[in-house]
Design a protein around this ligand. Structure first.
Ligand code: IMP
Length: 212
């Protein structure tokens, strides 16, 4: 599938989430963009009324592109727990409440897991999903999805990263995302597939829109 190329220049990261903005900036660093966040441009944070990661990523990217007149990259992402039917999923930020209390949100997940397994062995499978949407001021959009599978860990471990990182151990690794440096979580430093959902989506975006 052919994608519209993005020429180097000013690019808006359409997010108000500090953890995400930091990771997207790290991923964009080698490509020479002049990156500015939606918050720095005083762009409003649109309400995420979509029912899919794609719809919410588009809401944010299109609003930022219209508000700024610049190409804008949004990430909609979440933590999906198999035994909870994929929850919190697109509602991952909301489960932490207005105070962004992720210790409480992680506890809620563990309590719900215990309730649904009611004495049986708990299914601890989970995944992180990220959908990147790149929107141009003329309304054109491109989408890229990344996912990473693993186990839901209790108690949470580590102080790196953000959000639900301390309760997720990706397959093939002993440590949680909360115990990994940013470089390890991205997993871009060797010839293998990138590790995090965001780095996987970003690699598809880079191959589709940035290279050659
Ligand atoms: P939204 O995409 O702004 O709706 O929010 C996504 C939410 O999912 C974040 O606030 C985090 O709670 C969670 N999330 C997404 N990506 C990650 C990640 O890489 N690590 C930990 N939590 C994440």
């Amino acid at each position: 599938m052919s994608h519209r190329k993005l020429e180097p220049g000013r690019l808006v990261v359409a997010s108000h989430n500090k953890g995400k903005i930091r990771e997207i900036n790290e991923l964009l660093a080698p490509y020479g963009f002049d990156v500015v966040s939606a918050g720095e441009l005083d762009l409003p944070e649109p309400e995420e009324t979509g029912t899919t990661f794609e719809a919410n990523a588009a809401l944010k990217a299109v609003a930022a592109a219209e508000g700024s007149g610049l190409p804008s990259l949004a990430d909609d992402s979440g933590f999906c727990v198999a035994a909870l039917g994929g929850d919190p999923g697109i509602y991952s930020a909301r489960w932490a409440g207005p105070d962004k209390d992720f210790a409480m949100a992680m506890r809620t997940i563990e309590e719900k897991l215990q309730t649904v397994s009611s004495g049986q062995e708990t299914n601890r499978r989970g995944s992180f999903v990220a959908v990147l949407c790149l929107a141009w001021p003329d309304g054109h959009t491109e989408f890229f999805r990344g996912e990473v599978e693993g186990d839901v860990v209790w108690p949470p471990r580590g102080t790196e990263g953000f959000g639900y990182d301390p309760m997720f151990r990706p397959d093939g690794h002993d440590r949680t995302f909360g115990e990994m440096s940013p470089e390890e979580k991205h997993g871009l430093s060797d010839d293998r597939e990138p590790l995090s959902h965001r780095a996987r989506a970003f690699t598809l975006f880079a191959e589709g829109c940035l290279k050659g």
